[in-house]
Each structure stands twice: as C-alpha cells, then as structure tokens.
Ligand binder design. Structure first.
Ligand SMILES: Nc1ncnc2c1ncn2[C@@H]1O[C@H](COP(=O)(O)OP(=O)(O)OP(=O)(O)O)[C@@H](O)[C@H]1O
Ligand SMILES: [Mg+2]
Length: 348
C-alpha cells in the first residue's frame, strides 16, 4: 500500500546536489498527493526558478518514485521557495558539497575572436546566443573579456547577478534563458575598472571555466577580448573550445594583426569554423541599395589565410546598435544572423 511515509521515504533519498541535503529535509516537496491507483503528484519548490539543476533533481525524484511499489504515475509541478525560505535553507549551511561543475554537460564550445578591437565580437556573440536560443538550443555565454566585459550590458544584467558559493558559481540568467558568466556580474559596482595583469586574468578565466555550473548546454559561446592577449591564449589553451569564429570588418584589415590571430589559433590547433564580416555594408532604407561605407571587403583574404569559409556578412544596422546599447539584445532580429545560426546548426 502506498502511504505518505513511504513516498517521502523514497523522496528523502534524492539529494539537491548544490546543497548536499535531501529535498525532503530541505522542504522542497510540497502539496504531496496520491490516490489508490498509484498516481503521485507533488510540487518541487526549488531555491531559484532558473536552477540549472532543476531537470536533474526532478528526474532523480521521478526515478526514486517510479521504483516504489504501487506507483503508476508521477506528476511533478515545478515551484520556487519564497525569499525567506531560501535564506533559511542557505543559513543552515551546506555539508559535504560536491563541485558543481561535475553537473555540466556542454555539447559545443565556440569562441568568438578577432584580431582587432571594436569589430563587434560581443554583439555577434550576443546576437548568436539569442538566435540559437530561438531555435530551441540551450545556450550559455562566457564573457572572457575580463578588463572590458560587455555581455551583461547587452542583456541588461545587473552587477552582483552571479551567485557564488564554495562549490562554484551559478550563472546569471537572461529573461530568454541564456546563462551568462562575466566578471561584471561579480562586481558590486560595474563601473569599477578591473586592473589586473595577465596571470590574474588567466586565473579568472580558469575559475570561470572550472567553477561555473552551466548545467546542460547545447552551445557555450565564449566572447574573447580583442587580439592575441593572455586572455585569448588562456581561453584557447584551457577551455576545450571546439571551434573559433573570427569576426572582422572591412576597415579592420591590418594584415599583421589578422595573421597573428590566425597563427595563434592554428598553433593551438583549434579549428576555425569561419569568418563573420561585421558592418560589411549599409543598406539604404529608401532604395535598398547596399553602400560599402567602410570600403570593400577583406573577408576573403582573411578566410583564405584561415583556411575557412566566410560564414556571414552582417550589415551596419543602427537599430541593432540601439537595442544592444539599451540592453535589449534579446529583441533583436537580423536575418543574416538567423542564416548564420542555420549554418552552425548544420555544421556543429
Ligand atoms: N552590425 C552592426 N551595426 C551597427 N552597430 C554595430 C554592429 N556591430 C557592432 N556594432 C556596434 O559597435 C560597437 C562595438 O561593438 P562590440 O562591443 O560588439 O565590439 P567588440 O569587438 O566586442 O569590442 P571589444 O574589442 O572592445 O570587445 C558597439 O557599440 C555595437 O553596438
Ligand atoms: Mg567585446
């Protein structure tokens, strides 16, 4: 016979990996009901609604009940604790904590890089993240630009938005569900400059990689600082990057700078997925004719040097710039980015 005690006994075996305690002890199991046909239902109240481990905890709870004799159906409604309850849970401490990153399952890591600054790496990274999410992909963005982080601003994520504990970080989550880790989310005041030397920057990137709880991701996009700095090197050496996308603009060709970036990527044996030419032209709103404001394209030369294709040429779009500036990148639509996403989905 099913009983409340037997059901709770089974659910008590389910451990919240972040807190290291049973979900029953944590008061996460609520509104428990069951009937004589063996149908069990309850609400699973998590500490935060966007908990990257929510699927794992729910699956563990379901598995624990399914093996219980007499259970025919399990229905779990996801809920969230109140702020008071959440504080009380964390105030109790968190014994025998596992490292959170063991719960990460990341299918593909793509780094976005350029030889030069200001060509639109961060914008392209954010637009790609948004477009991939619209295609139903689970996406995270690691802002590896430690001294000039701009990803949080594009998504209007406030400073202090990362939750950190001894076990690691929980990324901030955008309204569209993109998980974001950036140094600016750790700082109390985002206006404070991070003045660090190379080794510290590398250490921060390593920590972001090792300690973030991304959960399950289809794509992790890494926004790099410009050039071939220590940060870029750290990312390519320490993070198992699957592909690099090179961003360039027509005016940014400095053969040496570009060759340096390509040479660094090639020496580190990371495949280059292709080249994205940003701000390639401006389409006149009246006539629809393209105007090559920054001169003719050099993307072909870069692609040849990289031995990779040109994946997209993006127009100068004042509306995109305005949405990015206003922290509303999730509202942006750019056909060329959608086409780029199609290529990425087919390729990787
Ligand atoms: N296609 C575009 N159309 C109009 N404006 C753009 C476009 N792409 C980027 N911008 C604007 O150009 C500026 C620089 O872009 P962004 O910050 O993405 O470049 P970046 O390469 O990441 O720079 P940094 O090297 O400093 O990290 C931003 O103000 C952005 O809004
Ligand atoms: Mg940038």
């Amino acid at each position: 016979m099913l009983s409340k005690e037997r059901i709770l006994g089974a659910l008590a075996q389910v451990i919240d990996p972040e807190l290291g305690r049973s979900i029953v002890e944590l008061g996460m199991v609520r509104d428990l009901q069951f009937d004589e046909d063996g149908r069990v239902s309850f609400t699973l109240a998590l500490t935060i609604p966007t908990c990257p481990l929510r699927d794992k905890i729910a699956a563990d709870a379901r598995a624990a009940l399914t093996v219980l004799q007499g259970v025919t159906e399990v229905s779990i409604t996801m809920g969230t604790m109140t702020e008071e309850e959440r504080k009380a849970v964390f105030a109790k401490g968190t014994p025998n904590l596992p490292r959170l990153n063991q719960f990460n399952h990341i299918k593909r890591i793509i780094a976005v890089m350029s030889g030069k600054g200001g060509v639109g790496k961060s914008s392209v990274t954010a637009l790609l993240a948004v477009a991939l999410t619209r295609q139903g992909q689970r996406v995270g963005v690691l802002d590896a630009d430690i001294t000039g982080p701009s990803i949080p601003k594009l998504f209007a994520l406030p400073a202090g938005g990362l939750r950190a504990s001894e076990q690691g970080f929980l990324p901030a989550v955008t309204p569209g569900g993109i998980r974001v880790v950036s140094i600016n989310l750790l700082l109390r005041d985002e206006g404070v400059a991070v003045i660090w030397r190379g080794p510290m920057i590398s250490g921060a990137i390593r920590q972001f990689w090792n300690d973030a709880l991304w959960g399950k991701l289809d794509y992790l996009l890494v926004d790099l600082p410009p050039g071939t700095s220590d940060a870029a090197l750290s990312v390519l050496q320490e993070i198992p990057v699957n592909d690099v996308i090179l961003v360039t603009t027509p005016q940014s060709l400095s053969a040496m700078v570009v060759r340096k970036a390509v040479s660094m990527i090639q020496q580190l044996k990371v495949p280059i997925l292709g080249v994205v030419e940003n701000m390639g032209y401006y389409r006149c709103p009246d006539t629809g004719n393209p105007h090559y404001i920054f001169g003719s394209s050099h993307a072909g030369e870069l692609a040849a040097a990289a031995g990779a294709p040109i994946l997209a040429t993006l127009p100068i779009d004042p509306q995109i710039a305005a949405l990015c500036d206003a922290g509303r990148v999730e509202e942006a639509h750019l056909t060329e980015i959608d086409e780029l996403v199609e290529k990425i989905l087919v390729n990787v």
